[in-house]
Write a protein that binds this ligand. Structure first.
Ligand SMILES: Cc1cc2nc3c(=O)[nH]c(=O)nc-3n(C[C@H](O)[C@H](O)[C@H](O)COP(=O)(O)O)c2cc1C
Length: 213
């Protein structure tokens, strides 16, 4: 079996971590780098990762996350944030900065990419643009979980939380969320399993794939 398939088989939604084991700085950086290198629509990287190791903040978060033990037993809790709608409006400095990397100061190319983006944003997403930003964050998150599995680190994605309560905690304990530029997308937890992994339940390929030849 190749190493990628091994990682896909190793990864599962780990329900309880060994709270004595800490993911090393090198390993968490490896995982975060994979998030950073993930693809995003128009290359806009509309994400921000808040990495929490402070046990007091984990304790605060746990009741807001349906009291799930992953939050306090994980070595690292990574809160994934997605850029707010203002980022994607006409005249946004963030858009200008991001697109400058591709257009290298060529005003014509810049206008073309801005026009293409604004028409895409308006026609395809409109009022739902923040959902679109969150979707990009989920791509990075999937890559991070697979990267973790590749180096023998367990993870659990956490969408089971009360957004208002999590946001209140983020507002008073993080700089990035407090700046008001981001929405909460969801949470990843990383650590080491305490129990054998659950059986992977998946539909057959034939049930979910249609080949058109
Ligand atoms: C976006 C997302 C949110 C999830 N939220 C939770 C959660 O709050 N708590 C939990 O125990 N599992 C959560 N899961 C894990 C899923 O239940 C799990 O991935 C699925 O049942 C398949 O199991 P497996 O990942 O172990 O193969 C979440 C998964 C995803 C992708």
């Amino acid at each position: 079996m190749n190493k990628f398939t091994e990682a896909m088989d190793f990864r599962h939604a780990c329900k309880l971590f060994d709270d004595k084991r800490v993911v090393s700085d090198d390993d968490i950086h490896f995982i975060l780098e994979v998030g950073r290198k993930s693809p995003s629509s128009f290359g806009l990287e509309p994400w921000h990762f808040v990495v929490i190791t402070n046990p007091k903040i984990k304790e605060l978060l746990r009741p807001a996350c349906w009291d799930q033990p992953q939050i306090t037993t994980a070595s690292h809790v990574v809160v994934l944030l997605a850029r707010k709608a203002a980022t994607f409006k006409k005249g946004s400095p963030y858009l200008a900065q991001s697109f400058t990397r591709k257009t290298h100061g060529n005003a014509e190319k810049m206008q073309a990419v801005l026009n293409a983006f604004h028409s895409f944003a308006q026609n395809n997403w409109g009022e739902r643009i923040e959902d679109w930003a969150r979707m990009q964050v989920y791509i990075a998150s999937a890559n991070m979980m697979t990267a973790a599995a590749y180096i023998g680190i367990d993870s659990c994605p956490i969408e089971g939380f009360e957004p208002d309560k999590v946001e209140a905690i983020l507002k008073s304990h993080t700089n990035s969320y407090a700046r008001g530029e981001f929405n909460l997308a969801y949470i990843l937890t990383f650590g080491y399993r305490t129990k054998p992994q659950s059986k992977q339940l998946r539909k057959k390929l034939s049930e979910i794939v249609e080949f058109i030849k």
